[in-house]
Design a protein around this ligand. Structure first.
Ligand code: CA
Length: 228
């Protein structure tokens, strides 16, 4: 894989690049955000230090994400305050806090790649005649990962789609927050339950009626047709 290491600390970048090369990857190193944004087009994966000298890491993330679906893992110093939700919204797929073990980082890279590949495979798969999941005006073609509201295709992120499918598959039932986090996010995205709330919020907006997803306080969420 061609991996872009965006890191201004030369020692850190060197050590990381060496370790990645030993695992058979080609490494491109950039020490500032502007160059990293340009270089991202020519690589398959981005490891992004959030503390770059020229541009805010979140901004680098957003600029890369504006034109590309390339996987991004943010690397952040423990001393820096991480806003997980902001990072997620900026488009990072995961993050790792420094100092991290290289094996941990590799495992994260592999997990993110698996998810990315799964998403691509799902999109590329030829449509089969599986009946769509239908709830009122909502129609979901699970295998090809498309959802429609009254015939209009919804533009959903991968997580929003997974969340919608999970809720739709058990329509009417309350799915607990823990269950959703476990099934939609893997344990690697440790944590913030605000992440879930953010996704429920954006999904409600995209569904066009916030009553589609009912909040069951202290428990979880339930999907129901607002007209049903
Ligand atoms: Ca730095």
């Amino acid at each position: 894989m061609r991996i872009l290491v965006a890191e201004d600390d030369e020692h850190v970048a060197d050590a990381l690049a060496d370790a990645l090369r030993q695992h058979g990857h080609t490494v491109m190193w950039k020490a500032d955000g502007g160059e990293a944004v340009r270089a991202a087009e020519e690589t398959d994966f981005v490891l992004l230090d959030l503390g770059l000298p020229d541009l805010d890491g979140y901004e680098v993330c957003r600029r890369i994400r504006a034109t590309s679906t390339i996987p991004i893992i943010a690397l952040t110093a423990r001393s820096e305050e991480i806003d997980r939700v902001m990072l997620l919204q900026a488009g990072a797929d995961d993050y790792v806090v420094k100092p991290y073990g290289f094996r941990e980082l590799l495992a994260r890279i592999e997990a993110v790649m698996r998810r990315a590949t799964r998403a691509v495979t799902a999109v590329a798969a030829p449509p089969r005649k599986d009946p769509p999941l239908e709830i009122g005006a909502l129609s979901i073609e699970v295998r090809v990962r498309r959802a429609f509201m009254a015939g209009r295709q919804l533009s959903l992120t991968a997580k929003e789609f997974d969340l919608l499918v999970l809720l739709a598959a058990e329509r009417g039932a309350v799915i607990t927050r823990e269950n959703i986090i476990e099934r939609v996010w893997d344990e690697n995205w440790f944590g913030s339950t605000r992440t879930l709330d953010v996704h429920v919020g954006t999904l409600r907006i995209k569904l066009g009626d916030k009553r589609w997803i009912e909040t069951v306080r202290g428990v979880g969420f339930r999907l129901a047709d607002p007209r049903g």
